[in-house]
Design a protein. Structure first.
Length: 418
């Protein structure tokens, strides 16, 4: 904790904590001595602990004591009969935490709650303030952003997006960047602890680490090392682990773009927010698939494998894949091989089977469908999805897909049927 931050906090505490020494102070006196320092402070309020953008406690304060009270009252943020239960106090307290890393936030929050509580109680005891006419709607003090945008900028929503888009795709990075990875100890010793960006504590701890490192660039999300390194746009010791537009890149980039827009306050209205789309549960597996003897035209192109299970009741292939993965074809070796990422709708029986067990596909009937990005569509538009133009064929497999690198399911490229 820097000396400058401590000094700023001490000055802020001295101003906000000051109270009238002579008898019971009047609401206006409390406002001037305890609320105005919050309004005038150059430092963000405790709101920023939970909200990355869109709202600050200062948004609810006006230079006038009377108008600030009426504004809060008219918006239902003050309970005239039970001032200590006022909604504005509950909102300030929502981010209450005992974590050491949030110590400054907690001290600021305590001062804010104490200041607003004293002022609100004194104001509610003033009959003239209680019964004063309502303010015009244009005179109310409130955030510029609508509630939908404010909720979207909460840290828990950012964590939710991270879990869906990045944490679910961490398998490609696990070996080098997780403390449990086989190469991590050696690489961390050689290159520093920043190598270990996947944290033991889970998704939220990993995200928090990334946001305080140089790996994420909120001003230029596409230049973030989180995607520039694995695509080898910036030299990567582990080689190319993803290419622009593949499944992992899409997830990483989507989160980076969303975080950058959120933290830079780029969402002005609810219509600007990203559309909520259902995402399947993902899980790494030991099922490996090899496409052998690939034709020259496929060399170094992104090849995507999607696996569909047979629905015996409907007597048809399921419409959503149960597994997939993608990576470039190894042109010199005339092959493509990769482990499968298993997919399941949340709370489905298949998803339940993944939890608490070694994830694998049961014996059954499967359709392996193959697409190849021959025209480089994904390099031009990373959001694009491969479709009919990239479809090169499929093959049915019956039984149990073997597990382990040495027991791959091998499919001859020439055996794929269109």
């Amino acid at each position: 904790m820097s000396v400058r931050i401590l000094a700023a906090f001490a000055a802020f505490a001295a101003l906000v904590g000051a109270a009238s020494a002579a008898g019971d102070p009047k609401p206006a006196e409390i406002f001037e001595k305890r609320i105005m320092p919050i309004f005038k402070s150059p430092n963000p309020s405790s709101c920023t602990q939970c909200h990355l953008a869109g709202v600050d406690l200062k948004n609810y304060i006006l230079p006038s004591h009377e108008k600030t009270f009426l504004s809060l009252r008219d918006q239902g943020l003050i309970d005239l009969d039970k001032p200590e239960d006022s909604k504005i106090l509950r909102l300030i307290n929502m981010g209450e935490s005992t974590k050491g890393a949030q110590l400054i936030n907690e001290k600021v929050r305590k001062l804010e709650v104490e200041a607003f509580t004293e002022w609100i109680k004194a104001s509610c005891a003033d009959p003239a303030l209680r019964s004063a006419p309502k303010l015009a709607a244009a005179d109310l003090a409130q955030p510029k952003r609508p509630n939908e945008v404010i909720r979207h900028a909460r840290i828990d929503k950012v964590v939710e997006s991270f879990e869906k888009n990045v944490w679910s795709q961490r398998f490609r990075c696990f070996g080098c960047h997780s403390p449990e990875g086989s190469q991590n100890a050696k690489l961390a010793k050689e290159n520093g602890e920043e190598m270990t960006w996947i944290r033991r504590e889970g998704a939220e701890a990993t995200m928090n680490y990334l946001l305080t490192s140089r790996i994420v660039n909120p001003k230029a999300p596409d230049k973030s090392l989180l995607v520039a390194k694995p695509t080898n746009q910036v030299k990567h010791g582990g080689g190319q682990k993803m290419i622009v537009g593949d499944m992992a890149y899409k997830g990483f980039r989507a989160w980076l773009e969303e975080y950058a827009k959120t933290v830079n306050d780029k969402y002005a209205s609810a219509n600007d927010l990203p559309k909520e789309t259902p995402r399947p549960l993902t899980c790494g597996s030991e099922h490996w698939v090899k496409i052998a003897n690939t034709p020259p035209a496929w060399a170094d192109r992104l090849l995507q494998v999607t696996v569909f299970a047979w629905d015996a009741q409907k007597k048809a292939w399921e419409t959503e894949p149960c597994a997939m993965n993608d990576r470039p074809v190894f042109g010199k070796g005339k092959l493509w091989q990769h482990d499968l990422v298993l997919l399941a709708a949340p709370d489905s029986p298949r998803a339940q089977a993944f939890r608490g067990n070694k994830a694998s596909l049961p014996a059954g009937r499967y359709l392996v469908r193959v697409h190849v990005d021959l025209q480089g569509r994904l390099a031009a538009d990373w959001k694009a999805a491969l479709g009919k133009a990239e479809y090169v064929g499929e093959k049915e497999i019956e039984g149990r897909l073997p597990e382990g690198y040495g027991s791959m399911t091998v499919i001859e490229a020439g055996s794929l049927k269109r």
